[in-house]
Design a protein around this ligand. Structure first.
Ligand SMILES: CSCCC(=O)C(=O)COP(=O)(O)O
Ligand SMILES: [Mg+2]
Length: 269
């Protein structure tokens, strides 16, 4: 059933929405599991590693925890898929290096890259909000089987630079960074609790309910739903959509606003 949403900005969840949870759990998680211990010991002086290690110590209330104890805690969190900021930071380091080395290629559902290109072409701005770190998000989009999707993105947001995904405050932070009206910003996610938080912040929401994904059978929620991006049309209402040629291609709606730089991204995408 086609769904049309009047939005200027689409913010994407990754796991379960653009991409298969199974792929993240079966490919990415083992890759980080095998390398976390060495990262903590061999690169302990790296500022990002040191900061993440300190965060773990603070979270478990053990200021003197050694690398073995910190690694054990991180692996336990990884096994329970806990979205803990230091785990996500360290995984992001390992994964982005794995993508750059050619060890990893990301996964996108087949309907996603064409839809993102279509929306981008029509002038809709695209950003990501995922528990995966900004570094992981950027590598994920840059190394897709459908080519480099990173140029399609305006912004990347995670639990460090925006906050937890179940908190409405995080969506206010993102709205401020994007400079977009909340009521013209659409969040696509598989998790009803994230969608509830986005809606509390005044955003538009669509629940992406892909067969086989962990949250697909979860009942409840009152968000509009789609099983794929194919039938999801984003843009101004049809009667106000200017057409720029005889084939009916939607015209770009004015110049693209300047990119908003993330505090932790190096190129502002
Ligand atoms: C490229 S991000 C890897 C996936 C991940 O680690 C994660 O936590 C994704 O969570 P999401 O918020 O996208 O459901
Ligand atoms: Mg998700």
């Amino acid at each position: 059933m086609p769904l049309t949403i009047a939005a200027d900005h689409v913010v994407l969840d990754i796991e379960g929405t653009t991409s298969a949870t199974g792929y993240v759990l079966d490919v990415l998680y083992p890759y980080s599991r095998a390398r976390l211990g060495a990262l903590l010991t061999e690169r302990a002086a790296d500022p990002a590693v040191r900061r993440a290690t300190e965060q773990v110590r603070r979270l478990i209330g053990e200021p003197d925890a050694g690398p073995a104890r910190v690694a054990a805690v991180l692996l336990a969190w990884l096994d329970e898929d806990r979205k803990a900021a230091p785990l996500k930071t360290l995984q992001g380091i390992l994964w982005s290096e794995g993508f750059a080395a050619g060890d990893l290629v990301s996964h996108f559902y087949a309907d996603v890259p064409p839809a993102l290109r279509r929306w981008h072409r029509a002038g809709t701005r695209l950003s990501v909000y995922s528990s995966g770190s900004v570094a992981a998000q950027r590598a994920w989009f840059a190394h897709s089987p459908a080519g480099d999707l990173l140029p399609l993105l305006d912004g990347c947001y995670d639990i460090e630079n925006a906050g937890p995904k179940q908190s409405a405050a995080s969506y206010h932070v993102i709205s401020a960074a994007l400079g977009s009206a909340p009521e013209r910003t659409l969040f696509l996610s598989d998790r009803p609790s994230e969608l509830d938080a986005a809606r509390t912040a005044g955003w538009l929401t669509v629940r992406v309910r892909r067969p086989g994904e962990p949250y697909a059978d979860r009942v409840g929620g009152t968000h509009p739903e789609t099983a794929a991006f194919t039938d999801l049309h984003v843009g101004p209402p049809r009667d106000t959509c200017a057409l720029d040629d005889k084939h009916g291609t939607p015209a770009r709606r004015g110049p693209r606003p300047p990119r908003v730089r993330n505090t932790r991204t190096d190129s502002g995408r």
